[in-house]
Design a protein around this ligand. Structure first.
Ligand code: SF4
Length: 447
């Protein structure tokens, strides 16, 4: 057996892609290893959404130069978003690199690795496909490694947000056929998975580019009936595609968790226009209002960019105001950095000084800490339903679970309960997590 080492950067979609990479390469008898030094094949699955992505890739490759010098038969490859963006340039700058594959080419990786092993061959494969079959699991049998599973339902994005590189590196929207998704989720549930996280760059526009396909809410409705499944989540979504039908799904589908990640990016209409987000603040807020009417108590999380080109102090203050107004449960905040090929990089000077970006980012994060802490403290004494996912990072025999609203809860309990949906009483709260006590067996029923 040969050994495969994969290093993954970026989001859940990339983690999921790395699992697929490992399955495709089983066809060539590669087994995964955690140690690059003992690998016969090293693959770097990259992300280019944030600043310094390219430097991170080149420095990782630099660390493996010595390994390649010692073992000429070692194959080193780069895939994912930076591979899609840089292409042949990677081969030019890294003479010992053997292979470059883009985001749509995982299904062909066994052929590409075979080609890379041949003398003098350094394949580069960057094609985009509109036929969704490239997303299908190579072995037709999804991997199960715990009570939760990722399921890719679509890839790519047809929006044109001016800061975002995704449409250039992931291509146009392509949705998998709903019958394939439903049968995959059914199989996952049959094999013990309790929660699925549906993945896509713009997941709630699922089906829009496939004639006759279910809508996203329609797909959720079908998945809601699958026996054995306890929870459905999805990420990430765009406010424009938060349809009335999807809002209604939160009110009617019992497996759909009461949590929505809805990136707002900025609290200023002027900045949103420059970002080309396609909505204004009042539209965003009215959708949230409708959602909260139909699903009271729903948890919301969001993405924020500070220091977008031209962002004035007043425009930044509007972002602080939106955080206070919506009271998100969680945010993911970043400083703007121009990404190659994007409209913002081409037409706007990156004119907010880095120390101003840094201060704004700290202010946003500090404010959110206060809001999250307040929201978590309100849970003290409440009974919550959690899915126990595995050992807690806190150690000491604790288990980690999540509420339906996506809050982390650490509890003492036997490992045998992993995979159970169970009632807990909340006994402690910090800004980032909760502590709980398992309810006694006779109490769990009422949780
Ligand atoms: S909707 Fe999301 S993925 Fe698509 S361009 Fe905008 S930020 Fe990028």
């Amino acid at each position: 057996m040969k050994k495969l080492y994969i290093q993954t950067y970026g989001c859940q979609m990339n983690q999921h892609d790395s699992e697929r990479i490992a399955r495709v390469l089983q066809r060539l008898d590669y087994l995964p290893t955690d140690c690059a030094e003992e690998a016969d094949l090293i693959l770097l699955n990259t992300c280019s959404v944030r600043d310094k992505a390219e430097q991170k890739v080149y420095s990782a490759l630099g660390r493996w130069r010595e390994l390649k010098q010692k073992r000429k038969d070692l194959i080193i490859g780069v895939g994912g978003c930076v591979a899609q963006q840089e292409g042949e340039e990677l081969l030019r700058r890294v003479p010992y690199l053997d292979l470059v594959f883009g985001t749509h080419n995982i299904h062909r990786l066994d052929q590409l690795v075979t080609e890379a092993a041949a003398p003098g061959r350094r394949p580069v494969e960057l094609g985009f496909y509109q036929d969704p079959s490239y997303m299908e699991d190579p072995e037709g049998r999804p991997q199960v490694s715990g009570p939760k599973a990722f399921v890719t339902i679509m890839q790519g994005c047809n929006k044109v947000c001016s800061f975002c590189i995704v449409p250039y590196v992931r291509g146009r929207e392509v949705s998998r056929p709903s019958e394939k998704i439903i049968s995959e989720v059914r199989e996952l549930a049959r094999r013990g998975v309790r929660e699925v996280l549906l993945l896509g760059q713009n997941v709630n526009s699922y089906g829009k580019t496939s004639a006759g396909e279910l809508s996203f809410a329609g797909l959720l409705g079908e998945l809601n009936g699958i026996e054995g499944l306890a929870r459905i989540r999805f990420t990430t979504s765009h406010p424009q595609d938060l349809s009335p039908e999807l809002i209604e799904a939160y009110a009617t589908l019992d497996l759909l968790c009461e949590h929505l990640h809805l990136p707002v990016q900025s609290g200023s209409d002027a900045v949103l226009r420059r970002m080309r987000r396609g909505y204004g603040l009042s539209e965003y807020l009215s959708r949230i209002e409708r959602l909260r009417e139909r699903c009271p108590g729903i948890a919301l999380s969001t993405d924020i960019i500070v220091g977008f080109p031209g962002e004035t102090e007043a425009e930044f203050r509007a972002t602080l105001e939106i955080l206070q107004r919506v009271e998100y449960d969680e945010i993911f905040a970043f400083s703007f950095s121009p990404r190659p090929q994007t409209v913002a990089a081409k037409i706007y000077p990156d004119d907010v000084p880095s120390e101003v970006k840094k201060r704004r980012l700290e202010m946003v994060l500090d404010l959110q800490q206060e809001i999250s802490l307040r929201a978590n403290r309100e849970r003290l004494g409440c009974v919550e339903e959690i899915l126990l996912e595995g050992p807690s990072k806190l150690g000491q025999g604790q288990l980690m679970g999540r509420t339906r609203s996506n809050r982390i809860v650490n509890v003492m309990g036997p490992k045998g309960l992993v995979g159970e949906v169970i009632g807990v009483r909340i006994t402690g709260a910090s800004a980032n997590s909760l502590t709980g006590e398992l309810l006694k067996i006779e109490q769990r029923e009422v949780a």
